[in-house]
Design a protein around this ligand. Structure first.
Ligand SMILES: [Zn+2]
Length: 264
């Protein structure tokens, strides 16, 4: 009997799932991934994620936010849309939002503005916030920190940083989302050494599917598309790196996801 797991970041509205979305969800269930939080990252994506979640109460919830890549498109109407979507029971967090200076698909000033607006929504609604940060640590902390007293809970999703930024996030009270990045022997080896400093009550796991296929899966899946069923591999590698049993990590991360998103 697999342990019940919750994938806190699955981009299930991605078009790579259009042909077989139901089968993907069935495989997740069979692997023990009983619930998934569908990431919303754009106006269109937010509507689709909420609609998908409403079709699958009990197994799917969604977030509503605008990813820094799309920050240039952040209009007053985006703000209104997020505020109306988060009224729904199925929509459980604001985000993903944050800063991404690695690609700079949107100019930095647009990113900062969109990020601030979404933190304001989290503060106004009391909902937790799902955060993205890449190569923008200083600006990210500067903008986020003064807002935190007004925000219920915040998770640094897909944490890939170094020891120093992890310590800083933890001292700020952030929860930490770990993806299959930790299974990547080229880019994620450092995460092995530091994942154990995350306290039991701040650790969350996610696939970020269809991205970030865990590279340690044996035998290697034929498709390069990641899916929520592979959360079990993230669990396995995180448990090994923390020197804890898979059962323990499954129990704490599922409990944490329920608490973080206030799942019913
Ligand atoms: Zn992200």
């Amino acid at each position: 009997m697999p342990y019940p797991l919750i994938d806190i970041g699955a981009n299930l509205t991605h078009d790579s799932f259009d042909e077989d979305r139901e089968a993907v969800m069935q495989r997740a269930k069979a692997a023990g991934v009983t619930r998934m939080i569908v990431t919303g990252a754009s106006d269109k994506g937010n509507i689709a994620a909420a609609a998908l979640a409403e079709l699958h109460p009990g197994s799917l919830c969604s977030t509503a936010g605008v990813h820094p890549h799309h920050a240039s498109d952040y209009e007053a109407s985006s703000d209104d849309l997020i505020r109306s979507l988060v009224e729904k029971d199925a929509v459980v967090a604001v985000g993903e939002c944050g800063l991404d200076y690695f690609r700079n698909f949107s100019p930095r000033d647009a990113q900062l503005k969109a990020f601030q607006s979404q933190l304001d929504i989290a503060a106004d609604t009391g909902l937790p916030v799902f955060l993205h940060q890449r190569d923008a640590h200083d600006d990210f902390v500067e903008l986020l920190e003064p807002m935190l007293p007004k925000i219920s809970r915040a998770v640094a999703h897909c944490f890939t940083g170094e020891h120093e930024s992890l310590r800083e996030y933890l001292s700020m009270g952030l929860w930490i989302g770990v993806t299959g990045w930790i299974c990547d022997e080229r880019r994620g080896a450092h995460l092995h050494d530091i994942v154990s400093i995350i306290p039991d009550d701040k650790l969350l796991i996610e696939t970020d599917a269809p991205y970030l296929m865990p590279r340690t899966i044996q035998p290697k899946p034929k498709s390069r598309r990641n899916e929520p069923a592979y959360l079990t591999e993230v669990l396995r590698v995180v448990a090994e790196a923390r020197d804890q049993s898979e059962e323990h990590v499954a129990r704490i991360t599922t409990e944490n996801a329920i608490n973080f998103f206030d799942l019913k």
